[in-house]
Design a protein around this ligand. Structure first.
Ligand SMILES: [Fe+2]
Length: 222
């Protein structure tokens, strides 16, 4: 092997080592996030599977929009969007029902709590605002900051829609489960209210009934 080929060979080896190291870091991050979700689901069995379904619907919505966001980052944020619930008293984690104003104030702290927890990992910095703002509403009446329209990061708008779709279709707390068509009709009514009208349009363009029936998030999770 002459000098220039040896140099190329070494460069290739360095590139392969870097790629392997990067892939291991990504895998460790994903495992860490999965552990956080497991912990939340241990404390609140009622939400088992919710995080993975929200990630599934968020990715489909991102696809329908032409993939404006990095799917890996969106999946990570969607999986741990509610991890701040771990900072709430057990009675609120388990029932998620606020009986008075004090409870309501505590519940509304969970997006900030989650963001603060995740800020310990600098690699998550880009998508943490999507966690912090997943309960903002397009019309500015959400929390924690009451952001309006385009002030709300796109990732947070996507997770918000996926989150509420999943809650309504499964039923949660004292709310009963709704049908797919009833849930879609409700989402359409919330266009310009809770949700970004462009996202509502993109979401309703998806084959929601077929995606729902096939439960593909279970496959995606393997
Ligand atoms: Fe939440």
């Amino acid at each position: 092997m002459d000098g220039s080929n040896l140099y190329k060979h070494q460069l290739l080896e360095y590139a392969q080592d870097l790629a392997r190291a990067y892939s291991q870091i990504r895998q460790s991050q994903a495992e860490f996030l999965a552990a956080l979700v497991s912990l939340l689901e241990m404390k609140a069995p009622v939400v088992r599977g919710h995080a993975r379904r929200v990630a599934f619907w968020s990715l489909r919505l991102n696809d329908a929009l032409g993939k404006p966001l990095d799917p890996g980052a969106l999946q990570a944020a969607a999986l741990v969007h509610d991890v701040g619930k771990l900072g709430l008293p057990d009675r609120l984690i388990q029932s998620w029902v606020a009986h008075n104003d004090d409870d309501q104030r505590l519940v509304q702290m969970h997006p900030d709590l989650g963001a603060s927890l995740l800020e310990h990992v600098s690699a998550f910095r880009d998508w943490i605002p999507w966690v912090r703002h997943h309960h903002e509403r397009w019309d500015g009446t959400g929390y924690p900051q009451g952001l309006v329209r385009g002030e709300i990061p796109l990732g947070a708008r996507i997770i918000s829609l996926a989150n509420i779709f999943d809650y309504r279709i499964h039923g949660y707390g004292s709310d009963p489960a709704h049908t797919v068509s009833g849930t879609v009709a409700w989402i359409e009514k919330q266009s310009g209210g809770a949700f970004d009208p462009d996202l509502v349009q993109a979401f309703t363009s998806l084959p929601i009934e077929a995606l729902w029936v096939n439960r593909l998030w279970i496959e995606e999770d393997k």
